[in-house]
Design a binder for this molecule. Structure first.
Ligand code: HEC
Ligand code: HEC
Length: 223
């Protein structure tokens, strides 16, 4: 009995060890790609625009990706690579990423933590107030639900399908809303975001971008 038990323990530890180290090395490889690229010609390190901690770069509208759901990050990269998602800057970066590279960086950045980075200039209080109204109450006359119904309380996201938008930089947020409204970004399930963004006026798009960028990012993603 004792030998059967120790044999069993030995088997489980043999099975468990490679799985654990496999996960660790995928994470390590993700960090490597983020820091230095994958070594293939033309490869770019993600940290040049998203920082190693995933905080993004407000000055060029590169999004915060720290703590975004793993499946969401991987999906967005695959869609850009397949030409299905709008990503004028990312399109040139993702072409030589292998499926494993994509899984690895998605794993790495979904676990990254970053403080909120200062946006370009202070938020406009009038736009923030208008944005808060739309975000939390919606615009029923225009058939626009409250943003937080899908993006979660405080815009913290509902993994794996609904990304966080709180604490995201305003340039990125506004660009995405414009891209949905003018049908450049078309990868959203059931055209949900295209419909919503199209029904907002230009000022209302600015207002929600201003509101969500003024919020703190999800606490779980801040060190
Ligand atoms: C030269 C700057 C640059 C580099 C390098 C770069 N990105 Fe991006 N990334 C952007 C910009 C800008 C966007 C917004 C879409 C666009 O304009 O292409 C973006 C968008 C994204 C998104 C979509 C986020 C969302 O919320 O939908 C993900 C995920 C992403 N990048 C991951 C990566 C990863 C992983 C790498 C490294 C393999 C990388 N990026 C390298 C600039 C960059
Ligand atoms: C019915 C659900 C739903 C509602 C309501 C909704 N969204 Fe979204 N939103 C989504 C989904 C799903 C995605 C991811 C789509 C994709 O992959 O392109 C998304 C993506 C986004 C993105 C892109 C995020 C990124 O990181 O690339 C922004 C910005 C955004 N939504 C803003 C808003 C704002 C502002 C409102 C309120 C005016 C709103 N959303 C209301 C479902 C919704």
């Amino acid at each position: 009995m004792k030998t059967v038990l120790s044999a069993l323990l030995l088997v489980t530890s043999l099975v468990a060890v490679p799985t654990a180290s496999g996960a660790a090395s995928l994470m390590d490889w993700g960090r490597h790609v983020a820091e230095a690229g994958n070594g293939r010609p033309g490869s770019t390190a993600c940290m040049e625009c998203h920082r190693l901690d995933g905080g993004g770069m407000p000055s060029i509208g590169a999004p915060r990706i720290a703590g975004q759901p793993e499946q969401y990050i991987a999906r967005e990269i695959r869609e850009v690579k397949a030409g299905k998602r709008y990503g004028p800057v990312m399109a040139g970066v993702v072409q030589n990423l292998s499926p494993r590279d994509i899984r690895a960086v998605a794993l790495y950045y979904s676990h990254a933590k970053s403080p909120k980075l200062p946006d370009v200039g202070p938020p406009d209080p009038v736009l923030v107030a208008e944005g808060e109204h739309i975000a939390t109450r919606g615009l029923w006359k225009k058939n626009i639900p409250a943003c937080v119904q899908c993006h979660g309380p405080n815009g913290y996201g509902v993994p794996p399908l609904f990304p966080f938008i709180a604490g995201q930089n305003r340039t990125y947020l506004l660009r995405q809303l414009m891209a949905y409204a003018f049908l450049k970004r078309q990868d959203d399930p059931q055209g949900l975001m295209r419909g919503i963004a199209r029904r907002l006026t230009m000022t209302q798009r600015k207002a929600v971008a201003e509101y969500f960028s003024s919020l703190k990012p999800p606490v779980r993603d801040v060190p």
